[in-house]
Ligand binder design. Structure first.
Ligand code: ADP
Ligand code: MG
Length: 235
């Protein structure tokens, strides 16, 4: 079953001589049950793409269909309701509200029904040493990341989008949490800079200068010149 259809998606930032094409005519489809990882150099357009998949921004052209619904044809109000039901998001820069407690941040925007999942979600995000009543402001980077992850998991949305959820976490902890993220939703799309995690996924999308330059299984992509260039000289 097709859950996502991205058609000729482009995004320009700025105007006139400051205009910059951050995403350039990207198309792909995703079936329910796929675990997709998006890789590419810093500034290549990965977050721009993920934001557009999550209904967080508006494309300059092209469309995004989720469950056969054209999300950018919806009213803002309908899109908000739709997002809550269908899309979980783990943000690159945490997006926590500093004055709210850890618990309030995790429960933000969720339904009453999901509140009982709180303990399970905290376990999956490896939150054990943090006091739930503390302000988010008091958290370290790694702790804020794990709270961000718990919040994104809580809605059990059919489509989970995660922008570098492993950033700021030690590699071993990142791997455990990455596996938990993948088991939290039917279909998951993750951005990561860690090639060590690639084999956890069923499909790799490689982005370069706003373009989708490769779309392969992990074992196939490793010989792609763009992949080698993304990884640098690291072995
Ligand atoms: P990545 O996530 O791959 O590092 P981004 O999608 O964040 O890349 O950014 C792609 C390009 O678009 C970068 O050159 C970035 O500077 C630019 N960009 C991102 N967001 C904005 C914005 N709101 N306004 C202007 N330029 C932006
Ligand atoms: Mg990014």
């Amino acid at each position: 079953m097709e859950i996502l259809n991205v058609k000729k998606l482009s995004k320009k930032y700025g105007k006139g001589e400051n205009e910059f094409l951050a995403l350039n005519n990207v198309s792909f489809k995703v079936q329910k049950g796929e675990f997709i990882v998006i890789v590419g150099k810093s500034g290549s357009g990965k977050s721009t793409l993920l934001h557009l998949l999550g209904g967080l921004d508006k494309p300059s052209s092209g469309s995004v269909f989720i469950n056969n619904q054209d999300i950018y044809k919806m009213s803002d109000k309908n899109l908000t309701v739709f997002r809550r039901k269908y899309i979980g998001i783990i943000y690159q820069f945490y997006n926590l509200i500093p004055v709210l407690s850890v618990k309030e941040n995790i429960l933000m925007g969720t339904t009453q029904e999901n509140v009982r999942e709180l303990d399970e979600v905290c376990r999956r995000a490896d939150i054990w040493e943090i006091e739930e009543e503390n302000d988010a402001l008091s958290l370290s980077g790694g702790q804020a990341q794990r709270v961000n992850i718990a919040r994104g998991m809580l809605n059990k949305a059919p489509l989970l989008l995660a922008d570098e959820p492993d950033a700021g976490l030690p590699l071993a902890q990142g791997e455990i949490i990455m596996k938990n993220i993948l088991s939290s939703s039917d279909t998951v799309i993750v951005i990561t800079h860690h090639y060590q995690y690639l084999d956890l996924f069923t499909r790799v999308l490689l982005i370069e200068d706003g373009k989708l330059i490769a779309d392969n299984a992990p074992e196939q992509i490793k010989s792609h010149p763009g992949y080698i260039s993304w990884r640098g000289e690291v072995d």
